[in-house]
Design a protein around this ligand. Sequence first.
Ligand code: BT5
Length: 288
Amino acid sequence: MRSAKRQFVRITYLALLIRLNPKRAADAKTSASGTMGVMNDFTQDLLAQALAPRQVRYTPATGSTNDDAIAWLAEHPPQGSVVTSDEQHGGRGRLGRPWYAPAGSGLLLSVIAYPPREHLTRLTMVGALAVLDTLESYGIQQVGIKWPNDVRIDARKICGVLPEAAWDCERLVGAVLGIGLNVNIPFILTQYAETAISISDALGEPVDRLDTFKRLLARIDHWLANVHTPEIFETWKARLVTLGTQVTVQTPTGVRSGWAEDVTPEGGLLLRKSDGTLEQVIAGEIGV
Ligand code: BT5
């Protein structure tokens, strides 16, 4: 969770670091909008109508929907309002890592949320569980959550969740729940061919993006309404594939290794180290 004081969060982020060569990038784009089919050409009017009464802001391309949503927080839009775009030039993951999504082939969204301050970190759970529910509504199986924020089918990542908060001094202005969901992305020619998956891969056919969008937003609404309950934590914990395994975690303060023994109600990972002590890791990346 990022924060900034006195001003809304704005993260400077340089070019996408996707190691595709230009020809492959062009091929992938053609494939995304051609063979696989852009199942819905989104427009502001289409989305406003389809998602009413929810407030929605759509642009064909943007830097990052999270940046746009954070800027929108200044106007205090209702919880559940959503920013979406077909393409991001600066779509990012945690620690400034890139998020790959050829135009019109995935869902890129940032939902406005006002969770209680003490449950801010549970936005990760909201995002992961909403995606998991959405996938299971299509009958997809073998869906699990790799701590803290990856939803996976088998060992392949299908979405990324990036919650960010905006602060005015000590006051929490609001938060945005950024989600990138692979709907119809052909990964075959990309560096993610072995590690990523789309809903269309899991189902064997292209998927209607608007339908996926509606299902996902409904589940986000549900979990946001339940963010204060024990249920969200218990459900998230039950779906973690990380617990009960030996892990190495890259944290902002160094590498930690241990047995992933438990998680805390606010999402921290409890590692049993070789000396028998228990250590809590709040943020980090588990190596494969
Ligand atoms: C995440 O970060 O997984 C959070 C990604 C959030 C993206 C959404 S899109 C809408 C909103 N606006 C934004 O600007 N961001 C949010 P992280 O755990 O750091 O994972 C990033 C890593 O996932 C990258 O370094 C790649 O290795 C991998 N990756 C990138 N694109 C991928 C994709 N489409 N599918 C699977 N893996 C991907």
